[in-house]
Write a protein that binds this ligand. Structure first.
Ligand code: ADP
Ligand code: NI
Length: 211
């Protein structure tokens, strides 16, 4: 770790603790570790990728009431600890374009670094951790776990993405689709394994529900 990356990690930890909707610092650390794993098999600037991984949820509009202020705080901090303007811009470009919401209506082209961080973030949304995060998010936002009368929506759009739904429907609308959207073969391989585990969980869940 370079000195400035260590500082970024401390900054992210301060910003991201206390969230119980599946986006706390534990999520950030997993995304950082997954990014490291992807960096081992895919060429990219490691320091920039890890910087974006640490900061990727810092000014998300569903996690903070004032994203513009947060975004400026991130820019000021990065500059203070020694990132050049061009590097700050590369990090912001990743964060602004990597989210599922940003890619709903049109595919955003990401740098090699951004592609790895996006894959890492998507991997943490699936598998055993993905199941736990989805139900935590649902609980914080007041969603029902499941309702057999409500069908999953065919297509998610910017308009309907943030509307309440059941957490089980979220698996069909988003989570099961993530492996095929991965940028790297590495993430697709890990993602497909995690998806199978989630499919088994949903099958068992429905069987127990209908007992
Ligand atoms: P992005 O930031 O890439 O647009 P989100 O932050 O909305 O994606 O999603 C991150 C994680 O939060 C999801 O993978 C899931 O675990 C949880 N989540 C988001 N929306 C929902 C939802 N409607 N129901 C259940 N979980 C959700
Ligand atoms: Ni994230």
């Amino acid at each position: 770790m370079t000195e400035r990356l260590t500082k970024v990690a401390e900054f992210a930890q301060q910003m991201m603790t206390g969230d119980h909707s599946g986006h706390g610092f534990d999520h950030i650390e997993r995304v950082v570790n997954l990014t490291r794993q992807l960096l081992a098999e895919n060429p990219a600037n490691g320091e920039l990728a890890l910087t974006a991984a640490y900061l990727h949820d810092c000014f998300d509009d569903k996690l903070t009431a004032d994203p513009a202020t947060r975004r400026n705080e991130v820019i000021t901090y990065l500059t203070e600890v020694g990132y050049q303007t061009a590097e700050v811009d590369q990090v912001l470009d990743i964060i602004d374009h990597m989210s599922f919401a940003a890619n709903l209506e049109q595919h955003q082209k990401l740098s090699p670094e951004g592609q790895l961080v996006q894959d890492a973030d998507r991997l943490d949304a699936i598998g055993a951790i993905g199941i736990a995060r989805a139900f935590s998010y649902g609980a914080v936002h007041g969603y029902a776990m499941y309702d057999p009368k409500v069908q999953p929506r065919e297509r998610l759009t910017k308009e309907n993405y943030r509307q309440p739904e059941t957490t089980i429907n979220h698996f069909y609308e988003k989570l099961f689709k993530l492996p095929e959207q991965m940028n790297t073969a590495t993430a697709r391989r890990i993602g497909n394994g995690r998806k199978r585990y989630m499919q088994e969980f949903v099958m068992e869940f429905k069987q127990e529900w209908e007992l």
